[in-house]
Design a protein around this ligand. Sequence first.
Ligand SMILES: NC(=O)c1ccc[n+]([C@@H]2O[C@H](COP(=O)([O-])OP(=O)(O)OC[C@H]3O[C@@H](n4cnc5c(N)ncnc54)[C@H](O)[C@@H]3O)[C@@H](O)[C@H]2O)c1
Length: 476
Amino acid sequence: MKNKFLHLILGLVLVAMATACCDKKETTEATEVRKGNYRIVDNTIVFDEPQRIEGQKSVLQFTVDPIENVRIGFIGLGMRGYDAVDRITYIDGVTVVALCDIEPDRVESVQTNILEGRGLPRAAAYTGREAWKELCERDDIDLVYICTNWQTHVPMAVYAMQQGKHVAVEVPAATSIEECWQLVDVAEQTQRHCMMLENCCYDFFELTALNMAQKGMFGELIHGEGAYIHNLEPYWHEYYENWRLDFNQSHAGDVYPTHGLGPLCQAFNIHRGDRMKTLVSMSTPSYKGKKVAQEMMGTEEFANGDMTTTMIQTEKGKTLLIEHDVYTYRPYNRLFQLTGTEGFANKYPVEGFTLLEDKLPAGFLAEGQHLNEHAFVPAEVRDKLLKDYLHPIAVEIEEKAKEVGGHGGMDFVMDYRLIYCLHKGLPLDQDVYDAAEWSCLGELTAASIANGGMPVQMPDFTRGDWNKVQGYRHAE
Ligand SMILES: NC(=O)c1ccc[n+]([C@@H]2O[C@H](COP(=O)([O-])OP(=O)(O)OC[C@H]3O[C@@H](n4cnc5c(N)ncnc54)[C@H](O)[C@@H]3O)[C@@H](O)[C@H]2O)c1
């Protein structure tokens, strides 16, 4: 009897141990699952982060000696590249040394219509699919300016930096996490500039709002919203060899996040005192994109949802909302919005501010005028704010920028600032970490969507240096 009782106790203990053991195993399996280049740890997606290799140095606040005359080689002379060459010819202290496109007639058109048209010498011409390498290998170029399709940005930028050139590359700079790290690593290894050409950081309202935010007029910024909402239906046929629809057909997620994100990251001091830490993303199915792809590509499959919405939380707990929709019939909207503890700025569909009266200098409001804290400031106050708080960069160049043009002038402001900083040997307004942080949303959002909106840990491309610089500033 006593023996039987002991056996029973022993049996129960063994069962309990076995159960505990299984639970633990299950728990271990449930808390860490590998899927390709990321792990799911405690219900959060964590992408692999490569170590900095020996001899590789941070390029935070990176400068080179002043370049008196910036010699430029352009790669990609389609819709965007053609206009880029045109804009640059309005800046002093630059020479267009070389031009490259697959199509010879695109190179010739720039030579004739832009360079000769403005009385400038013809540039060296490179045509064909691989000729860009020869352009990068020239020893009389300082800057390679890349305006090709997304998939070619990183191979070209990396090769150019390895040939000792600085790089300016169109948006998004990279299409995957691996490519983002490649850009960062090669910029650090070669000690070259790599600036993504995020022009929306230079639109006049965004610059003014940034200036006001930096002066504390909105209090502490706590939430921002940005977007790329642009029905591309009239343009799908215009992209060379259908590269854009082709990319979207095979990629879920926010594949074009930088226009919305760039101006917000500057206002929120990203990797200058705060960092984007986690995101979650959700997407609708594809209705409209699929229809276009059926017509243009004869396929029933379309990975990119019509509407993709992403929430990002920063290390300090602030939130950013980013939207992507290039399919539906919504009016063009980049949604630029800043919410602070003491004020608010909004660009689309109407430009406006909500402010506390004590944030304004004495005498700013008319005698007896008061602000309603539940509404936008009156139009005349808004216009006065836009004038009085115009960003110093815009004050310097607005008139010429509006004359030269490019999305109302902001593209010219961007080129002007890039060349200005190179002329003066200053840090560029956007560094390679910005390029990686803003571009990485593509693959991160796709991973979140593929896992039912699971949180994704955002990589720290500065590898721990995000808090070294306090506050975003344009170098002077
Ligand atoms: N910042 C903005 O507001 C803005 C606006 C439009 C486009 N873009 C960006 O500009 C880039 C180009 O877009 P686009 O609208 O001009 O496209 P596009 O298809 O009109 O032009 C791409 C050009 O690149 C050339 N090209 C491709 N592969 C090449 C290679 N191997 N060697 C040489 N040339 C090559 C093509 O021949 C073509 O002329 C994209 O990254 C896009 O996202 C940015």
